[in-house]
Design a protein around this ligand. Structure first.
Ligand code: URA
Length: 441
């Protein structure tokens, strides 16, 4: 069928056949589908949506547009698992969870992304570690997964190339915020990574792409249903992003926070709760543990015994980073000094514009305005006060780690504007809002 006929049918709200979707995806990969056609297709899906079956067909076609990793040759003695977040601020869960899962007997080949918009990216964070190779060749990636149990790396060019092209076109044609397109984009890459189980962390709140709980629930359901239909058991958790998850946002500063968490030097309850909740669901989903309580106990033990920290250190070393990162984190991770930004009145923190804090980090140089921009790993925000904290004009809301006085002053204004201060503390909301899970029969 002519590509324009397939687009017309979607434009008119018809359900596409699997072969129509496969033809679009083949054309995206080969170039036979032009940029204009891809944009029109994306816009038609944006307005008309897709059934679960259509979305599953798009997902599997994009998954097969490139290499599909196969871990069976490594004779691993545990399941191959991963976690993916829809993106947040101060969300460094991957850095803690991957080694914790590895310490519990799973294998975690985590293919992560760079910062997008106001959200931070795991790869940018890891690249604050001098020598860390986030683009290893296939042999080093496989060896690290087999010998350490986890390897966090960047997407390779031959993994789901149809998604890479379509995503680039969506990014510049206002078609990113489509639940079926987001679902197919994320899951095609996860399926191509050869996983046996996945937990999705779908963020909701002022720092999330899906700011409403309703939108987050729709996305969480779509991800869990389509992944399960495509043969990848998946559970989605909806977690809170009405404030940064960790008390910091940036690159080196979030790695330092993760090291403190892994070594027990400083454990923050919200980050801990999200990490344990995601981990326990994944360990139960993959049948490594019979129930959430025993999975949680194992994850907690991986922290207290030092096993998770040791897996993190070995992963960093295996991928080219320093062998003594955990012993000398402040020498190995460059962070420019922080200056305090104060509250402008007395009261309680009643709201946080988390997106604005993420954008403040981008303005400091810690994120990108354009994909090709470099990232400054040494800047960011630290000691961020949580919702509900009492403040007065002598209370620092945060520490601003900036390169220049001008950048520091701009960030201070942004932080002050992002914090809402009122007379009474706002009621606390849970950090895990809901769990979406489809049983396979
Ligand atoms: N992340 C992805 O990989 N794809 C999307 O469409 C949105 C977020």
């Amino acid at each position: 069928m002519l590509v324009q006929e397939i687009i017309r049918r979607k434009r008119d709200g018809e359900i596409l056949r699997d072969e129509d979707i496969a033809q679009i995806v083949r054309g995206l990969t080969s170039g036979a589908v032009t940029e204009g056609q891809a944009a029109a297709f994306a816009m038609a899906v944006f307005f008309r949506g897709m059934s679960t079956a259509e979305c599953a067909a798009l997902t599997t076609a994009m998954m097969h547009s490139g290499q599909v990793l196969d871990w069976s040759g490594l004779a691993l003695d545990g399941p191959v698992l991963d976690k993916h977040s829809t993106g947040g601020v101060g969300d460094n869960v991957s850095l803690m969870l991957a080694p914790m899962l590895a310490a519990c007997g799973a294998y975690v080949p985590m293919i992560s992304g760079r910062g997008l918009g106001h959200t931070g990216g795991t790869l940018d964070k890891l690249e604050s570690i001098a020598g860390y190779n986030a683009q290893p060749d296939a042999a080093l990636f496989a060896r690290t997964v087999r010998e350490v149990g986890c390897a966090i790396i960047g997407q390779t060019a031959d993994l789901a190339p149809a998604d890479k092209r379509l995503y680039g076109i969506r990014d510049v044609t206002a078609t990113v915020e489509s639940i079926p397109l987001i679902t197919a984009s994320i899951l095609s890459k996860k399926l191509a990574a050869g996983l046996q189980g996945l937990v999705m962390d779908v963020k909701t709140g002022s720092g999330a792409f899906m700011s409403t709980l309703e939108g987050a629930r729709d996305l969480a359901e779509s991800l869990a249903y389509v992944a399960t239909a495509a043969g990848l058991p998946t559970v989605s958790l909806i977690t809170d992003m009405n404030e940064p998850l960790a008390s910091c946002a940036g690159n080196a500063i979030e790695v330092l926070h993760a090291i403190d968490h892994l070594t027990g030097r400083r454990v923050e309850p919200r980050a801990q709760e999200v990490t344990l909740s995601l981990g326990e669901d994944l360990l139960v989903l993959s049948s490594l543990f019979p129930d959430r309580a025993s999975a949680r106990a194992a994850l907690e033990a991986s922290l207290t015994s030092g096993a998770a920290a040791e897996h993190f250190a070995r992963m960093v070393k295996s991928l080219g980073g320093p062998g003594d990162l955990l012993d000398r984190p402040h020498e190995r991770l460059a962070l420019v000094p922080g200056v305090p930004v104060f509250a402008d009145r007395q009261g309680y923190v009643t709201s946080i514009d988390t997106r604005a804090l993420g954008l403040a980090v981008v303005a400091l140089g810690g994120g990108r305005s354009r994909p090709q921009d470099p990232v400054d790993h040494a800047v960011g925000l630290g000691a961020l006060l949580p919702l509900g904290a009492p403040v007065n004009p002598a209370t620092p809301l945060a520490l601003v780690h900036a390169r220049t006085t001008g950048q520091a002053e701009a960030a201070m204004r942004n932080v002050q504007a992002a914090y809402g201060i009122g007379g009474a503390p706002a009621p606390m909301s849970p950090v895990v809002h809901a769990r979406v899970f489809l049983k396979r029969d």
